[in-house]
Design a protein around this ligand. Structure first.
Ligand SMILES: O=P(O)(O)OC[C@H]1O[C@H](O[C@H]2O[C@H](CO)[C@@H](O)[C@H](O)[C@H]2O)[C@H](O)[C@@H](O)[C@@H]1O
Length: 321
């Protein structure tokens, strides 16, 4: 029997809330230094992200792409800590704003969306959209495209009606994701679409089961470098998933060689491997990008205690080795 009137045993202490996931640390020194610079002085750093495949999951119908759940919230959490934040996309800027749900989000009042690989610009602060006049070759290509696709031999079946994305009359994307054999259709179309584009002064931008005919003279590397210069940032993080993002990766590599800190993030997929080979961090698609953005915000809002260790990069303390 127990002792009469004994005090009840103390309640067990509640389990502490699990620590938020730490920021992963890149292996390569340049990436480690870039991440450390961003975390040490986020107010001097900028973050730029691709849309499809990075902030939005890849889906068969381009019109049905949407930002991955949690994207606007994660961007809005991080943006106020940064000098600036941007989305750089092959989409028309207004389309990315609509599909991403980026307009009117508290915290994203200074978001910049650079569309058409940087040829278009939308500023959340003003709602203004700046777009160049359409390239005259686009109208000619629209007229010739059905014949070229017919002659390619892959232009049949039910996917035909949904394969061509008109992109506001400023580019034309031919998608093969819904073809019976998507990779074969992509390869069969590449040469005739390249010839068609060249005849009218355009270039072909290959992507994830898409061949985009678009005006030359701008790419994501030029767009990113110009925007970073405009912001005067001391550090830049860029995240992308597709071949069109390689130019932005090259721009970050150039910035690094000129003294600006940089971090390259690949939103990983089995469809494109080229970025993973050059990235400092590879995350698991848009879901992993959201986790990374939140981990960065967690770290900035609640910096972990500096561990005693000579190898920890300044500002990245507490990140997972
Ligand atoms: O620069 P991005 O934001 O990555 O845009 C590049 C192209 O992405 C889109 O196509 C890709 O996403 C589609 C929707 O998930 C998918 O169906 C397609 O297979 C992908 O290639 C977009 O439709 C293109 O216009 C963009 O150029």
């Amino acid at each position: 029997m127990g002792t009469p009137n004994a005090a009840p045993p103390p309640e067990p202490a509640p389990d502490p809330a699990p620590a938020p996931p730490a920021v992963p640390i890149p292996d390569a020194p340049a990436g480690r230094a870039g991440l450390a610079a961003l975390l040490a002085h986020p107010e001097r750093a900028v973050v730029a992200l691709d849309f499809d495949g990075t902030l939005a999951d890849i889906v068969p119908d381009p019109a049905k792409a949407r930002a991955h759940p949690g994207v606007p919230e994660a961007l809005a959490r991080l943006a106020p800590h940064l000098r600036a934040i941007a989305v750089i996309t092959g989409r028309p800027a207004g389309v990315a704003v609509r599909l991403g749900g980026f307009d009117g989000v508290p915290g994203l009042t200074h978001l910049v969306v650079l569309g058409h690989y940087g040829a278009e610009r939308w500023d959340a602060a003003t709602g203004a959209l700046h777009a160049p006049a359409p390239h005259p070759g686009i109208a000619a290509i629209q007229a010739e495209l059905p014949g070229v696709l017919d002659r390619s031999g892959v232009w049949h079946g039910t996917w035909v009606e949904t394969a061509v994305e008109r992109k506001g009359g400023r580019a034309i994307a031919v998608h093969t994701r819904r073809a019976a054999d998507p990779q074969r259709a992509f390869e069969r179309l590449r040469e005739p679409l390249t010839a068609l584009a060249e005849r009218h002064g355009l270039i072909v931008e290959p992507g994830r089961l898409v061949l985009e005919l678009r005006p030359p003279g701008m790419d994501k590397g030029v767009a990113l470098a110009e925007w970073v210069a405009e912001t005067g940032a001391a550090a830049v993080l860029y995240a992308g998933d597709d071949l069109g993002d390689l130019a932005a990766f090259a721009a970050v590599e150039k910035l690094r060689s000129d003294g600006t800190a940089g971090v390259l993030v690949c939103s990983g997929s089995s469809e494109v491997t080229e970025l993973a080979e050059r990235a400092d961090l590879v995350v698991d698609g848009p879901k992993g990008v959201v986790a990374l953005l939140n981990a960065l915000a967690d770290h900035i809002e609640n910096p972990p205690q500096e561990p005693d260790g000579p190898d920890e990069p300044d500002g990245a303390a507490g990140a997972t080795p």
